[in-house]
Ligand binder design. Structure first.
Ligand code: 5GP
Ligand code: MN
Length: 335
């Protein structure tokens, strides 16, 4: 259980805040940052949201005031002088990429608000609830603990987006009646569920839809279909989205799990210099443990790995090999 009063104490004590989140921010990361910022705004606190990545296009509708900035060294002074750093929705400093050095240098009092397992100790205080389905729900309780009247429509939209996206639209493991109560409250405060869903998921480009189609056509199976995986190499990526920028293929990997046979789904994304792997599972197969073997992390059913400077073929070989081993051991353990 998170001590929300302690977070409120920190917020009340200080005046200037930096908010940041992980590389390739998802809806939970962006929604949590903005809801927290709207809260600080109402308390007349000085704040700056600054991230390694730019905000994915489908979440920009939440940030009407353009409060979120993409990091460059012109922000260093403000980061160094801030009194508090709030890291949301991640727990290892490496996930802030280009910001690692400046975050190490700042003397700001650092806290994490998050729902991932095994936090790394790079901050002064950690507020984590691994049972929470989204960081957004923790921000909801934080604001509610202070004064629920501060959850206005704009804040509710940000929190709804955070919870909707991290729960796969309210269908993943950690959904409870309590989560639905929170969501009901957000809708009562003015959030339009259809509007948010359409903004987040139904405005992709034709190219991205075709990329999804080809990714599905090329799904490969291992172990009688217990493992299904997609490979997005530079060839296929360049065909549809010719850009070096790492872009969001959130949701693609879930199609691997739509097969009846599949327990483990994987997506290999070839970066300009390295590979990103997304892992998803059904039931109790712990993809976070598989990810941790390669320096990644995440949750029981959703995790990720990032291997900088490594070649796609090497990563494919070693991750698939390890996945098979883990799955064999897992099935043994069930007997
Ligand atoms: P995704 O595959 O959608 O990028 O990430 C799935 C989950 O794994 C998310 O909860 C995310 O926070 C976590 N995750 C993804 N990539 C990494 C990584 O490189 N390191 C760690 N520690 N966690 C990751
Ligand atoms: Mn999250």
């Amino acid at each position: 259980m998170i001590n929300y009063n302690r977070i409120i104490e920190i917020i009340q004590k200080y005046n200037s805040f930096i908010i940041t989140t992980h590389v390739n921010p998802d809806g939970d990361a962006i929604g949590s940052e903005l809801a927290l910022a709207y809260f600080l705004q109402k308390l007349n606190k000085k704040f700056l949201i600054v991230n390694h990545s730019s905000t994915p296009e489908n979440y920009t509708f939440l940030d009407e005031e353009n409060l979120i900035h993409k990091y460059n060294s012109s922000f260093d002074k403000e980061i160094l002088n801030a009194e508090v750093l709030i890291a949301v929705d991640f727990n290892t400093i490496g996930r802030t990429r280009s910001m690692v050095e400046i975050l190490k240098r700042t003397k700001a009092y650092k806290i994490i608000i998050d729902h991932h397992r095994n936090p790394q100790n790079f901050v002064d205080e950690i507020f984590v609830d691994v049972d929470a389905p989204a960081t957004g729900i923790l921000i909801y309780y934080l604001i509610k603990n202070y004064d629920e009247k501060l959850i206005d429509k704009k804040t509710a939209d940000a929190l709804y987006t955070a919870i909707m996206t991290d729960t796969g639209s309210f269908r993943f493991e950690r959904i409870t009646p309590e989560v639905h109560h929170v969501v009901a409250d957000l809708i009562a405060r003015g959030t339009n569920a259809t509007y948010i869903y359409n903004k987040v998921y139904n405005e992709i480009s034709f190219e991205k839809l075709k990329l999804l189609g080809e990714s599905i056509c090329n799904i490969k199976l291992e172990m009688d279909g217990k493992i299904a995986y997609m490979i997005l190499d530079r060839n296929i990526l360049n065909k549809y989205v010719p850009s070096d920028e790492e872009f969001d293929v959130d949701g693609f990997v879930n199609y691997c799990l739509s097969l009846k046979s599949t327990i483990l789904g994987m997506l290999f994304f070839e970066l300009k210099n390295g590979v990103k792997v997304s892992l998803r599972s059904k039931g109790t197969f712990p993809v976070n443990l598989l990810a941790e073997k390669f320096g990644g992390g995440g949750h029981l059913n959703a995790a990720g790995i990032r291997l900088d400077g490594e070649k796609l073929d090497d990563v494919l070989n070693k991750v698939i090999q390890q996945a098979k081993e883990d799955l064999i051991n897992y099935e043994r353990s069930l007997k």
